[in-house]
Design a protein around this ligand. Structure first.
Ligand SMILES: O=C1O[C@H](COP(=O)(O)O)[C@@H](O)[C@H](O)[C@H]1O
Length: 237
């Protein structure tokens, strides 16, 4: 299957790239241009990225893009509730693969807080995100094989609240079906307020997940909630 065969909603743009290297380069150049525009226009840029396993190549190419990184704030769309030193930490991934080269100058706003409970940690993460006062300039989402984005998982107790357009919280505690179970996720209204919204996915299996999500309810496959303009999908086999 090719991404052009999917019946995407009007306004959703699909980019089909030849391989992971091309995907990383094209996405990194597009993101860097948008960050540079925000720096020139507002004096600062806010970038929200995802974790997991797939963004490392993109992070490494982005880290070498020429722009005034000292004016860029990097935040995470979601975090596993583990210390940044853990190999499962999304913050750790960003520190190792993105905050290097030119991008070492950027400021990272992590979602991890060592609170007594996951609920308290999520509340502290929400408060820390008040630094996003000019809004999110660029959002880069990934997608799990089950159709989750950020840490918005089907069957997580607070999913309906997190996907509600009226949700006032920047972050909510979420539960994943696999380890690490305890997660903190940015909620739908904050994520969907980003000026540039990108979804980066690789492989046939994820294309099939996306095809199923287009026919599903967002409560079963949360990626469905983001299938509207101005989403840009970057896919490669
Ligand atoms: O658990 C997570 O998974 C998704 C997807 O990760 P991927 O490696 O399959 O692309 C990721 O977007 C999210 O940030 C992460 O916490």
């Amino acid at each position: 299957m090719a991404i052009s065969e999917l019946d995407l909603p009007t306004g959703v743009v699909a980019h089909s790239l030849a391989d992971p290297e091309s995907q990383a380069r094209v996405l990194a150049e597009h993101v860097a241009k948008a960050l540079d525009f925000a720096v020139q226009t507002y004096g600062q840029a806010n970038l929200v990225v995802s974790g997991g396993r797939s963004p490392t190549g993109f992070f490494e190419v982005l880290s070498g893009q020429a722009l005034d990184w000292s004016r860029v704030q990097v935040c995470l769309a979601d975090e596993r509730w583990v210390a940044p030193e853990s190999p499962q930490s999304n913050e750790g991934l960003v520190r190792r693969h993105l905050l290097r080269n030119a991008a070492a100058q950027a400021r990272l706003i992590g979602l991890y807080h060592p609170a007594a409970t996951l609920e308290q940690a999520a509340s502290q993460a929400s408060q820390a995100l008040s630094v996003l006062e000019q809004g999110i300039d660029v959002l880069v989402l990934g997608m799990g094989d089950d159709g989750h984005v950020a840490s918005l998982f089907a069957d997580s107790p607070l999913l309906e609240q997190a996907l509600s357009e009226d949700c006032q919280e920047y972050c909510l505690p979420m539960l994943a079906p696999q380890e690490p179970y305890q997660r903190i996720s940015m909620t739908y209204p904050l994520l969907a307020s980003a000026r540039l919204q990108c979804l980066a996915i690789q492989g046939q299996a994820k294309l099939e997940t996306l095809r199923q999500a287009l026919l599903a309810d967002a409560l079963r496959m949360p990626v469905r909630a983001f299938m509207h303009a101005p989403l840009e999908i970057y896919w490669c086999p």
